[in-house]
Design a binder for this molecule. Structure first.
Ligand SMILES: Cc1ncc(C[n+]2csc(CCOP(=O)(O)OP(=O)(O)O)c2C)c(N)n1
Ligand SMILES: [Mg+2]
Length: 547
């Protein structure tokens, strides 16, 4: 009996990993097999954490990021020692730039023979560290729970972001006495109310032409309800980018998108919420030179602002927005400003109609989105992965709820889509999950249709197949008059690839075939790909794609 009791108090390192993950509410681990991870798998099996195995470690990490993006809780991936971790690096960098709270668990060659040339031996920490908020190696089995708790807490602390732990084979396979374990660390309380509110509230109250421009940290900061209350009370037009899309429904009377350049140039006060003045805002130049800028964010900006700002409010986003609403008092009449922007918005939307209904074959990429608009539920999750095809989606696909728009973010890494979509559908099995893919983008992670099929995850892929790397081909043509290394095979049957991997495939050559193909894909009991042949002559109208 005493032997049994003693046995029950001893757990192996992998079990400790899983137990601590579970204590933090983690229910899925995205991974690709490797012997260094076996004890973690065993632990997950014992603790009831689902193992979702993919075909490339980048996808495992992108899936962890996708999970974080749709649930606002940490996503967790495990990659084997050496090449498993190096394969996950692009996705870690993506999570860093998107402030996505994830934890990557790495296998690691055994500590007892460190430096003697074990299989897959490499020290991950020095090259992972610049991409994460915390990078550490478990030196002893008993340290594992404390490290997992610390990593998850760190990833969720503003600015949220990725963390990394690796586990030497001997440390994670060894057992330890549970009485030696570190206590569970509580999640951080994030309710600091920002200072400088009174000044900002006065600016907002006196503004004739105020604008809210909100981005990803509005979403991470759970600011959507407070934003809505603020702008409804104070009648302020709203523009959203990144993960903030859907934080005010696209059909709300204060939500705009097409009038953004007009609004930012003409505004007298711009309230930037959780959005950096990076290339998407022309490094600040998208905003008129005389406008006063108020910055609200979950924490001080990691970069210096590229231009002067009048007030900076850091801390809890809902608390800050509530305080701004309460203190900004009765404001001036903004009806003229709002109706001017609505007019610009409506004119630009009408000008798109021609393309959304374009009848050419091969299709205009916008025709696909014209057709999809009528088939998507309000809570559909839309994932985009590609060049021009994704940019067109960004321009015309409307979002109505938070966490329904997943683009790669400022790191712009092709191949993120299948991992994001896998996680989104696992998190929301009853919602439509659309994966909008370029034909070039498909090449990075197209094998993940096998993952989707094996796990019964019915994502619906829609491909704009123009036979080129469009976003590279067209700019190079316009700069040099020719293009190199930007051509793919025309009319490749990616739909047949998906069929071969266990999915449902459709080929669409003409607009009339599109709607029935989309309907079949949306009602299929398998993951699907609608391979739509699009016109390679169509270039997304952009001024620059490099800076
Ligand atoms: C990992 C990675 N490699 C290369 C690029 C550069 N790049 C950006 S868009 C693009 C073309 C994408 O082509 P496709 O997916 O077919 O979409 P299209 O532009 O043709 O609509 C490339 C190569 C990138 N962003 N990420
Ligand atoms: Mg293409």
């Amino acid at each position: 009996m005493s032997t049994d009791a003693a046995h029950e108090t001893r757990l192996h390192g992998g079990r400790l990993v899983a137990r601590q993950l579970k204590a933090h509410g983690v229910s899925k681990l995205f991974t690709l097999s490797g012997g260094h991870l076996f004890s973690i798998y065993d632990g997950c099996r014992e603790e009831g954490i689902d193992l979702i195995d993919v075909r490339h470690e980048a996808t495992a990490v992108f899936a962890a990021e996708g999970w974080a993006k749709v649930t606002r809780t940490p996503g967790v991936a495990a990659a084997t020692a050496g090449p498993g971790v190096t394969n996950g690096m692009s996705a870690l960098a993506s999570a860093q730039q998107n402030h996505s709270p994830i934890l990557l668990l790495g296998g690691r060659a055994p500590e007892m023979r460190w430096g003697r040339g074990s299989l897959q031996e490499i020290d991950h920490i020095p090259f992972v560290r610049p991409l994460v908020k915390l990078a550490a190696t478990a030196q002893a089995t008993a340290d594992i729970p404390g490290l997992i708790a610390q990593a998850l807490t760190t990833s969720m602390t503003p600015h949220t972001g990725p963390t990394f732990l690796d586990f030497p084979l001997d440390v994670v396979f060894a057992e330890c006495d549970v009485s030696e374990l570190a206590p569970h660390q509580p999640d951080p309380a994030i309710s600091v109310i920002a200072h400088d509110v009174t000044h900002a509230a006065r600016l907002l109250r006196e503004a004739q032409r105020p604008v809210v421009m909100a981005g990803t940290n509005l979403y991470w900061g759970h600011g959507e309800d407070a934003l809505r209350e603020l702008v409804e009370t104070r009648r302020i037009p709203v523009f959203l980018n990144g993960l903030a899309r859907g934080c005010l429904p696209a059909d709300h009377d204060l939500c705009f998108s097409r009038a953004r350049s007009t609004a930012l140039k003409a505004a007298d006060v711009v309230l930037l919420i959780g959005v950096p003045m990076d290339f998407r805002l022309g490094f600040g130049d998208s905003i008129g030179t005389t406008a006063k800028i108020i910055v609200v964010d979950v924490a001080p900006s990691e970069r210096e602002h590229p231009r002067a700002v009048t007030a900076e409010l850091y801390g809890s986003v809902p608390a800050t927005l509530d305080a701004l609403r309460q203190e900004s008092g009765r404001s001036v009449d903004r009806n003229a400003w709002l109706s001017h922007l609505r007019e610009v918005e409506s004119t630009r939307r009408s000008a798109e109609r021609e393309h959304l209904e374009d009848d050419r074959a091969p299709l205009h990429p916008l025709r696909i989105y014209g057709e999809l608009a009528g088939l998507l539920d309000r809570n559909a999750v839309v994932v985009v992965d590609g060049g021009d095809f994704a940019s067109y989606a960004g321009r015309v696909v409307d979002s109505f709820e938070p966490g329904c728009w997943l683009d790669p973010g400022p790191f712009g890494c092709l191949g993120s889509g299948p991992g994001y979509a896998l996680a989104a559908k696992l998190a929301h099995p009853n919602r439509q999950v659309l994966l909008l893919l370029g034909d070039g983008a498909f090449g990075f992670a197209g094998m993940e249709f096998d993952t989707l099929a094996r796990h019964g995850v019915n994502v619906v892929g829609v491909m704009g197949n123009n036979g080129i790397w469009g976003l590279e081909h067209h700019p190079m043509m316009s700069l040099y008059g020719y293009s190199v290394v930007a051509t793919l095979r025309p009319e490749t049957r990616y739909d047949q690839v998906v069929e071969a991997l266990g999915g449902h495939g459709e080929l669409v050559r003409k607009p009339s075939e599109l709607r029935p193909a989309l309907m079949r894909a949306l009602t299929s009991d398998r993951p699907a790909l609608v391979n739509v042949l699009t016109d390679p002559a169509i270039a997304y109208p952009r001024s620059t794609n490099l800076a």
